[in-house]
Design a protein around this ligand. Structure first.
Ligand code: GTP
Ligand code: MG
Length: 1103
């Protein structure tokens, strides 16, 4: 097939029934880009000889160097199938975990996905993740089992073994899909039951729970991958072949005279061919016969590989070539690499592009077939219910479903990411080829000139010719001047426009998009109800100005582009159902957005990101004067990457947060070479920690029971004790505000681990709960889906179940707030006896029977103080985690005249222990002034915030403090020989092996391990080096873990003195971590650099 013309694609874009938007998903290195190459080659964009070697869609230099894809990129292909022309908008996605956010951006724009699985490695962690992502976005997957050549050449399996192996892989994939399906069905069933609670409440007798009931009813026939359904391709992308069993069913039905539909049903499965009767019979395995699939399909492929690659048997090759009717070029035949001949034969016999693309056309839905369920899910942001959206918004669902390109259809577009392109790469800036006319004009001039010269040489010129000559000369001169001018203009423009241009990666869901069109940009928090009421009736996106509406702005679209891998082509219009690039949005869209001409359109639900950005580095320019360029560069980077975050920390550092080491490297390269173009220094990765408290230990450092021993000396024993506010033994800290009007007593209690984990994983839900409460307080009812309500009540129940024991009696109802940022894994508990405030869970009770408690004045100040205290702890100003602050006393005096006499016994801590934070000092300074002017403390609320914060910090310090480290999980696949070395590297880096098992059918071991993030830098590289590239781990953030050693530990018992000596200067890992953070943040670090110099010298000599 030749290169498809742009006009052809434009025509195809208008027929949504024949458009397929699809992405290729898989675990890293399973061959997505190689497969994409084969598909691209089928359109003549690259040569089919280079398909698989070029990796055309990996257009970045570092992608080619590292051999992994780092961004998703799209290309539009044309394919003819059953006399119909199809347009395929194909998106290749990366498989490396660090870039899984790129997968999310790709999946959102598609209706279907090609899931690729390596035939040797089978289902890997990212395979599961991408299947889940496809499932969450409601897009239909088809399967390609790739790299089957490895079974033949690498694992040297027989065709029979390969068949069993392939069967197993298929089972694995289906098991993943099955579990996703089951959980969904059960969820729906639970929802249905919730919708009918009344009936059940009045139900006669007891209802028996039969959880499988929903499963039986649900239709799962289309769900699973099965070769006879036509949604599985067996392939080797690198050798260019691939097939569905349909192809073989067709061939053999003609050859053997068996109906194709019968063959189709039996080609994959436990069937064999009885040679005598020529009948297909079940039970191949029990009778020890070759299954049909082996006999009719695999054996052919195996013998081809045998003839061409293994034995290089020329006669047999010739025979095969003739029997298959393929043409082989002589140079392929003579080529020293047998793979060349192989792929030349295979790509004609069973072209992989044909198999995959026909499967895509048949099995993946067109934009017209988008399901109502998917539309509703896209349109209902967060906790909002679809049916609570305004009427006009709900009507848009029809528009979605119709995918209409009519004139009056509103435009709806979703931008899933912004990507940077060199401005020179934009079609309008590209050096365009000369048009035919221009070429003709130039040719004519050159010809004339030549003719003149010849004439001039031949004889003296007469008047006539000289006139022509000058004429031509002047024309040429004019042309040259014009060219020069153009060139100059272009250069000036280039200099000015050297910047990167952003193109939005988007899809049109309805209407027709045109360049220069004006559309609304809807931010993620835009509320259509609010927008509709704010905008006057006749006002639409074409109006010049619109009333100020929150999260809504107007913009004019720049150019529209067809995405062709590395190139962009300009388009005059893009009808509904297509994936495209949009220029001119950089000022309006940060990372993703919804565009529409109708203010009734809701913003689409945010993308599901699987990766948590965790690796952070501080960046500064080499030359301080480059700072503005760095800031601009970082802003651009933030826009260009769906997952990277840039922020300026309180300390003034410019910080870049990325998903992992590879991602970090890519971001830094981008910053250096594209966005900032300056020299800069990058700090070592900043490792995040959390601060927490634990129960006092029962044993000392040498595992002796603390109760039985006498403390020998308490020299270093928490010195601050004396300097603190009224802190009793049990850790209750009481502070009074400087104006002595309010007093709070706070105690810090460690939360049970499960509670912390639950809160950490439910942050989103807690945030929703907070929003609901906020709106209740403001007196309006937020429409929340029953599902969310159910989740909230479930959270409450689980908390109740986890918080047992007398200490936690009624604790869940007494929760005052979560923090930091109102949704973190710390709890503020109301234990003030005289204060019963409205419960956090009041949204759960029905409207009528909500208790009418009111908030005390300054309730919010306590919450704010708590938020501040949990945001940065006293150990090294990292956020807290798993701490409960129980407020046991809170008195507010209403009198506005402060009590002057008792200033001396004021309980406020004056010397806040070593953390030099603002409020403590402010309070001290305040006190000095106080006598002079009684009203100098500022608003009471502010004082109370400071006092609460300080009380929380001191209460925290009164407990045994610990750091929590972020942990990665990683799955390492390694062969038995290198297993020992993998363990060695893991051990050195304080990793723990959780599980180790052998992968069936291979000699690979799969090791599951946990590794602290702090020790992970360079881990992947080290493993790769130590195992000569055989093991390659992928690190995924997993959880937070308390580091058991106490950073403030000093020996106190006799045993400890015996073991560690008085100085106890053995290594304290936690202290090291803590001091490293403090040093980085410019906080005071208590360190003795040299102590007893002579002694150390003697030690050194003796060594
Ligand atoms: N033996 C064999 N190797 C293959 C096949 N397909 C791809 N490969 C090789 O597998 C490696 C990875 O291929 P890619 O296409 O880059 O894999 P990918 O899935 O795009 O990788 P990421 O984009 O980084 O996730 C390359 O070295 C390919 O040559 C195949 O069918 N057989
Ligand atoms: Mg790739």
């Amino acid at each position: 097939m030749g290169h498809t013309s742009l006009d052809k694609i434009k025509t195809l874009q208008r027929n949504p029934a024949n458009i397929r938007n699809l992405c290729i998903l898989a675990h890293v290195d399973h061959g997505k880009t190689t497969l994409a190459d084969c598909l691209v080659a089928s359109n003549g964009i690259i040569s089919s000889r280079l398909a698989g070697k070029l990796r055309y869609l990996d257009s970045r230099e570092d992608e080619q160097l590292r051999g992994i894809t780092m961004k998703s990129s799209a290309i539009s292909l044309h394919f003819s199938h059953r006399e119909q022309d199809y347009l395929l908008n194909l998106i290749d996605s990366p498989g490396h975990v660090d870039f899984s956010s790129e997968v999310s951006t790709a999946v959102r724009l598609c209706d279907g996905a090609v899931v690729v699985v390596d035939a040797v490695e089978g289902v890997c962690p990212q395979t599961q993740v991408v299947l889940r992502q496809a499932w969450l976005e409601n897009i239909r997957p088809v399967l390609v089992i790739n790299k089957i050549d490895r079974l033949i050449l690498e694992l040297k399996m027989t065709s029979q073994e390969a068949y069993l192996h392939l069967q197993k892989i298929l089972e694995q994939v289906n098991a993943v899909t099955g579990s996703l399906f089951t959980s969904k069905v059960l969820e729906e069933r639970a929802e249905k039951e919730r919708d009918e609670p009344e009936r059940e409440a009045s139900g006669e007798g007891e209802t028996l729970y039969d959880w499988s009931a929903g499963l039986e009813e649900a239709d799962d026939s289309n769900l699973y991958f099965s070769p006879d359904q036509g949604n599985v391709v067996f392939a080797s992308a690198i050798d260019g072949w691939g097939f569905r069993i349909q192809q073989f069913a067709q061939i053999y039905s003609e050859r053997m005279g068996i109906r194709a539909c019968v063959l189709l049903k039996t080609l994959w499965g436990d069937f064999y061919l009885n040679n005598k009767t020529k009948k297909i019979i079940k039970g191949a395995q029990s009778k020890g016969r070759k299954p049909l699939f082996v006999q009719l399909v695999l054996d052919n492929i195996w013998s081809l590989y045998d003839a061409v690659v293994t034995n290089r048997d020329k006669d047999r090759v010739d025979k095969v070539v003739t029997s298959l009717g393929v043409k082989v070029l002589a140079r392929d035949e003579r080529h020293c690499d047998p793979k060349v001949l192989l792929s030349s034969i295979c790509s004609q016999w069973l072209p992989v592009s044909q198999a995959v693309l026909s499967m895509v056309c048949e099995k993946l839905p067109s934009p017209l077939e988008v399901s109502a369920e998917r539309v509703e899910r896209l349109m209902s942001v967060g906790a909002r219910r679809f049916d609570s959206l305004p009427e006009r918004t709900q009507r848009l669902k029809e528009v979605f479903l119709r995918c209409s390109s009519e004139v009056d259809a509103p435009v709806i577009v979703f931008v899933s990411k912004m990507f940077a392109v060199d401005s020179k790469a934009l079609p309008q800036n590209r050096q365009r080829p000369l048009t035919q006319e221009e070429i003709a004009q130039r040719r004519e001039l050159a010809r004339q000139r030549h003719a003149e010269r010849v004439k001039a040489e031949a004889g003296p010129p007469d008047d006539h010719t000289s006139a022509t000559d000058t004429d031509v000369e002047s024309k040429m001169a004019a042309l040259e001047v014009k060219e020069q001018r153009e060139q100059k203009e272009q250069n000036a423009e280039e200099e000015q426009e050297e910047r990167e241009k952003f193109v939005a990666f988007a899809r049109v869901y309805s209407g027709v998009l045109r360049p220069g069109q004006r559309v609304y940009v809807l931010g993620p928090k835009y509320d259509p109800a609010q927008g509709l009421s704010a905008l006057p009736e006749g006002c639409d996106s074409q109006s010049d100005s619109i009333p100020d509406t929150p999260h809504l702005s107007l913009c004019t679209l720049g150019g529209l582009y067809l995405l062709m891998g590395r190139e962009l082509e300009e388009l005059e219009e893009v009808p509904s159902g297509n994936v495209l690039g949009i220029g001119g949005l950089e000022e309006f869209v940060l990372k993703s957005a919804t565009l529409s001409t109708s203010p009734a359109c809701p913003p689409f639900t945010p993308l599901n990101f699987e990766a948590t950005p965790i690796v952070r580095v501080a960046i500064e320019p080499r030359h301080p004067s480059d700072m503005p360029r760095l800031v601009r560069g970082m802003r651009l980077l933030n826009q260009a990457d769906p997952c990277a975050e840039v922020l300026i920390q309180e300390t003034g550092e410019h910080v870049l947060v990325t998903a992992g080491e590879v991602h970090l490297q890519r971001c830094i390269d981008d910053l250096r070479q594209r966005f900032a173009k300056i020299e800069m220094s990058v700090s070592k990765p900043i490792i995040p920690f959390r601060e927490t408290v634990v129960r006092p230990p029962k044993v000392d450092m040498v595992n002796e029971d603390l109760g039985r021993q006498q403390k020998v000396a308490i020299i270093h024993q928490v010195k601050e004790d004396t300097s603190q506010g009224r802190s009793s033994d049990s850790g209750l800290v009481t502070l009074t505000t400087p104006n002595r009007l309010a007093t709070v007593s706070v105690r810090a209690i460690p939360l049970p681990q499960e509670v912390t984990r639950l809160l950490d994983s439910s942050a989103e839900l807690v945030r929703t709960l907070e929003q609901v409460n906020m709106s209740l307080r403001e007196g309006r009812d937020l429409e929340v889906s029953p599902r969310t309500m159910e989740q909230i009540s479930e959270l409450k129940q689980r908390l109740e179940a986890l918080l047992q024991g007398h200490r936690w009696r009624n604790a869940v109802d007494r929760i005052w707030a979560f923090g930091p940022r109102r949704c973190g894994p710390n709890i503020l508990l109301n234990s003030v006896e005289s204060y019963s405030r409205p419960s956090l869970w009041q949204c759960l009770s029905r409207h009528g029977d909500r208790p009418q408690n009111t908030l005390r004045d300054f309730d919010n100040s306590i919450v704010s103080g708590f938020q501040l205290a949990t945001l940065a702890g006293p150990m090294c100003e990292e956020p807290l985690m798993g701490v409960c602050f129980s407020v046991e006393r809170w008195d507010v005096q209403t009198s506005s005249t402060p009590h002057q006499d008792s200033a001396e016994d004021d309980g406020v801590s004056r010397d806040a222990p070593g953390d030099g934070d603002g409020p403590g000092e402010a309070a001290a300074a305040g006190q000095a002034k106080r006598r002079a002017e009684p009203d100098c403390y500022g608003p009471v609320s502010g004082q109370l915030i400071a006092a609460t914060k300080e009380a929380c910090r001191q209460a925290f310090q009164a407990q045994p403090q610990r750091l929590m480290a972020a942990m990665y999980t990683c799955e390492i696949m390694a062969t038995a020989e290198v297993l020992g070395r993998v363990y060695g590297v893991l051990g050195k880096r304080e990793g723990r092996v959780v599980q180790e098992e052998m992968k069936e059918g291979t000699d690979m071991f799969i090791i599951n391990a946990i590794l602290p993030v702090a020790e992970s830098f360079g881990f992947a590289d080290e493993i790769r080096k130590r195992t000569s590239g055989l093991a390659s781990p992928q690190l995924v953030f997993s959880h937070w873990e308390v580091i058991s050693s106490d950073p403030f530990w000093v020996p106190t018992t006799e045993e400890e003195y015996l073991h560690f000596g008085e100085k106890a200067d053995s290594e304290n890992q936690t202290l090291k971590y803590m001091n490293a953070v403090r040093r980085r943040k410019g906080l005071y670090v208590e360190e003795k650099i040299v102590e007893h110099g002579e002694k150390q010298r003697t030690l050194g000599k003796n060594k």
